[in-house]
Design a protein around this ligand. Structure first.
Ligand SMILES: [Zn+2]
Length: 111
């Protein structure tokens, strides 16, 4: 469903579903922070408190761990959010009219 790393295709390559509705915005980053970065921070603090290592230990363990831990799950989280948006017909409250207009415009451009 991705054209590039986090860039959605316009339609699903399998069933042709239009991804116009998909707008997880900063959701993937938020969930990545909550699920990965938050627990990892505890690990980093624990590492520091228990072993009191020199700073370069954090440079080769904590730092890449936190970066990779936050970046790698982004596309999976985005896929999950787009799927749940579709399943739940999720929209920002009060924006139904705006969405309909934007979609009509986008559809017109496509064809
Ligand atoms: Zn599909």
């Amino acid at each position: 469903m991705f054209r590039k790393w986090l860039k959605l295709q316009t339609r699903c390559p399998h069933c042709g579903l239009n991804y116009n509705f998909a707008a997880p915005d900063d959701g993937p980053a938020f969930f990545s922070l909550c699920i990965v970065a938050f627990p990892l921070s505890f690990f980093v603090v624990w590492l520091q408190v228990v072993f009191d290592p020199p700073y370069w230990v954090h440079l080769i363990t904590s730092f890449p761990l936190v970066i990779l831990g936050c970046v790698l799950p982004l596309s999976y989280i985005k896929g999950w959010l787009v799927a749940s948006q579709y399943v739940n017909h999720a929209q920002e409250a009060g924006t139904e009219k705006l969405w309909a207009e934007l979609h009509a415009r986008a559809e017109g451009k496509d064809d």
